[in-house]
Design a binder for this molecule. Structure first.
Ligand code: UD1
Ligand code: CA
Length: 481
C-alpha cells in the first residue's frame, strides 16, 4: 500500500508539522483530528513456549505484528508507534519493514500494558489528537471495525473500548457496564469476583482515547493487582472518576481473537483461512473442497481458477485466470499463467513461473524456473535454475543438474525442444530450439538447434540367446533333481 503524507489540520487548527512520522495515508473526510496509533508488542508471550517473540508467529504466512500493521495502514494514521521489548531486534525489523515511518520504542521491562503504552511517551507528548491502542497479538482486526471505534470518539466519548462476547471468555478482561450504555470499568479475570467473571462481554484490548491528558492518567495507574502489573484497562475507572465518558463498541469474536498460546494461534489461523477461502470464491475461483485449501495472506487468485482438494498456497503466489490447480499440490513464491495446469502432486518452489497453458504434472518439482507458454513437464522431474522455451516437452524422470555442491548453474532450453525421458541436463548447458535429446542421455555439452543429442551405450543384440539360456538351465535343474 502506498503511504501518502497526511494533509489535515491538527486539533488546534495548525497545519501538521513536517515530522516524518506523519506519513501515513489520510483516513478520508470523516476524521479531522490527527490520529496516533500505538501497537503494543513488548510482551514476552511466555504462554507460547517459544524462542521467537510471540508477535512474530505467523497467521497465513505473515507475522501477527504485520497483520496488525497492515490494518493500521489500511485505516491510515498520522503517526504509528510500536512498543517492543529490549533486544527484540527481529520485532523492530518486522515493524519497520511493514511501516518504515513507524516510531519503535522500547519498554525496558514487561510491567504491563499501561507501562507499555507509557513507553511511547515521546510520541504521546508530541501528539495532540486521538490515540488508538492495538495489541499486536490480536491479528484479525479489520479497518472497518477500527473505523467504528474512531466514530465513537467523533460522537463525543473520551474512551472507546472494543468489546466482544467470546464463546470461551477464559483469560479475557470483563467489561463492567455502568448500568446504561457506558463502560464503568474493565476487570482482569484474575482480579474479578465470581459475579464479574460470569459477565459475557470481554475486552478485546482495542481502545481509543480522546483525552486531554492521557499520559497523566497513565501515570496514575498502579499495580496493586493479581499480576502485579500496570494494566492499561485501569484507564477507564480513573478517567471516569475525572468525569470522562467511556463507551463500548461491540464486534464479532472472530475479529478480536487474542493469541496467547498455540491453541489460540491455530484458532486465529482457522478464522484467517475461512476468510481467505470466502474471498477467493467471491472473486470467482472454484474451490471444490474449500476447507482443504490453505491460503497465505498475499495469495492472488484470478477468475475461473479451479482448485482441487488439499492444495497449499505458501506466500507470494499469483494464479492467473482459468488456471487449474489439481489435488495435493504445494506452491510458494510462484506465478501460474492463464489456463495453465499444475498437479496433481506438484511442488512449486520460489521462482517458479509457469507460463500460459503450460503443464506441470505429478511429482514434478520446479525451482527458479520459467516454463514458457505451453511447455510441459508432466511426470517425475526436477527443473531448477532454468528457462524452458515455449512448447518444449520435458520427459518423465528428467533432472536439471543445477548444483555442483558449491554453485548453482543455469539450463537454457529453446522453443519446441523434446527432452526424452530419464535425461540429466548438467548445467550450465544450452539446448537449441527444436532439438531432441534421446532418452537416458546425460547432457554435459550445449546442443545445437534442431540436432539430436544422444549419450548412451549403443544397444547390442544376440539373436536366440534367451531361448538357449533357458534350455541349458532347464537341463541342469533336471540333473540335480
Ligand atoms: C489483555 C487485556 C485484557 C484483554 C486481552 C485481550 C490488559 C491488562 N488486559 O490481556 O483485558 O481481554 O488483552 O486479548 O491489558 N504487552 C506489552 N508490554 C507488557 C505487557 C503486554 O507490550 O508489559 C503487549 C503484549 O505484547 C500484547 C499486548 O500487550 O501484544 C497484550 O498483552 P497480554 O499480556 O497478552 O495481555 P492479556 O493477558 O492477553
Ligand atoms: Ca493477549
Amino acid at each position: 500500500m502506498k503511504i501518502a503524507p497526511f494533509r489535515g489540520r491538527d486539533v488546534r487548527g495548525h497545519p501538521p508539522n513536517a515530522d516524518p512520522l506523519r506519513a501515513l495515508t489520510p483516513r478520508g473526510p470523516m476524521t479531522r483530528r490527527p490520529l496516533l496509533i500505538v501497537v503494543l508488542a513488548a510482551g514476552q508471550g511466555t504462554r507460547m513456549k517459544s524462542a521467537a517473540p510471540k508477535v512474530l508467529h505467523k497467521i497465513g504466512g505473515r507475522s501477527m505484528l504485520a497483520h496488525v500493521l497492515g490494518v493500521v495502514q489500511e485505516l491510515g494514521a498520522d503517526a504509528v508507534s510500536v512498543v517492543i521489548g529490549p533486544g527484540m531486534e527481529t520485532v523492530r525489523a518486522e515493524a519497520l519493514a511493514q511501516v518504515p515511518s513507524a516510531h519503535v520504542c522500547v519498554q525496558p521491562e514487561p510491567k504491563g500494558t499501561a507501562d507499555a503504552l507509557g513507553a511511547a511517551r515521546e510520541a504521546l507528548k508530541r501528539h495532540a489528537g486521538d490515540v488508538l491502542v492495538l495489541y499486536a497479538d490480536t491479528p484479525l482486526l479489520t479497518a472497518a471495525t477500527l473505523g467504528r471505534i474512531l466514530a465513537a470518539l467523533d460522537a463525543g466519548t473520551g474512551i472507546a473500548v472494543l468489546g466482544f462476547e467470546p464463546a470461551d471468555p477464559t483469560g479475557y478482561g470483563r467489561l463492567l457496564s455502568d448500568g446504561g450504555r457506558g463502560l464503568a470499568a474493565i476487570r482482569e479475570e484474575k482480579d474479578a469476583t465470581e459475579a464479574e467473571r460470569a459477565l459475557k462481554l470481554c475486552n478485546s484490548g482495542v481502545m481509543a482515547f480522546r483525552l486531554d491528558n492521557l499520559l497523566g492518567v497513565l501515570d496514575r495507574i498502579g499495580n496493586a493487582n493479581a499480576k502485579g502489573e500496570f494494566y492499561l484497562t485501569d484507564v477507564v475507572e480513573i478517567a471516569r472518576a475525572d468525569g470522562v465518558q467511556a463507551t463500548i463498541v461491540v464486534c464479532p469474536e472472530d475479529e478480536v481473537l487474542g493469541v496467547n498460546g498455540r491453541d489460540q494461534l491455530a484458532a486465529a489461523e482457522a478464522v484467517f483461512q475461512k476468510r481467505a477461502r470466502a474471498r477467493a470464491m467471491r472473486e470467482g475461483a472454484t474451490l471444490i473442497a474449500p476447507e482443504t485449501v490453505w491460503f497465505s495472506w498475499d495469495t492472488k487468485i484470478g477468475q475461473d481458477v479451479v482448485v482441487e482438494p488439499n492444495v497449499f498456497f505458501g506466500p507470494g503466489v499469483t494464479i492467473d485466470d482459468g488456471a487449474e490447480i489439481k489435488a495435493n499440490s504445494y506452491m510458494e513464491q510462484s506465478h501460474i499463467g492463464q489456463g495453465a495446469r499444475v498437479g496433481p502432486f506438484a511442488r512449486l518452489r520460489p521462482g517458479a513461473d509457469v507460463g500460459p497453458r503450460a503443464r506441470v504434472g505429478n511429482f514434478v518439482e520446479l525451482k527458479n524456473v520459467t516454463l514458457r507458454e505451453g511447455a510441459k513437464a508432466n511426470h517425475l522431474a526436477y527443473l531448477g535454475d532454468a528457462d524452458v522455451g515455449a512448447g518444449s516437452n520435458i520427459g518423465a524422470g528428467t533432472i536439471f543438474c543445477n548444483y555442483d555442491g558449491f554453485q548453482k548453474h543455469r539450463t537454457e532450453i529453446g522453443e519446441g525442444v523434446f527432452v526424452g525421458s530419464n535425461s540429466s541436463l548438467v548445467a550450465p548447458v544450452k539446448i537449441g530450439a527444436g532439438a531432441y535429446i534421446g532418452s537416458g542421455s546425460v547432457i554435459t555439452k550445449n546442443v545445437s538447434a534442431d540436432a539430436l543429442a544422444l549419450e548412451r551405450g549403443s544397444q547390442e543384440e544376440r539373436p536366440g540367446w534367451a531361448a538357449k539360456f533357458r534350455a541349458m538351465m532347464g537341463k541342469r535343474k533336471a540333473k540335480a533333481g
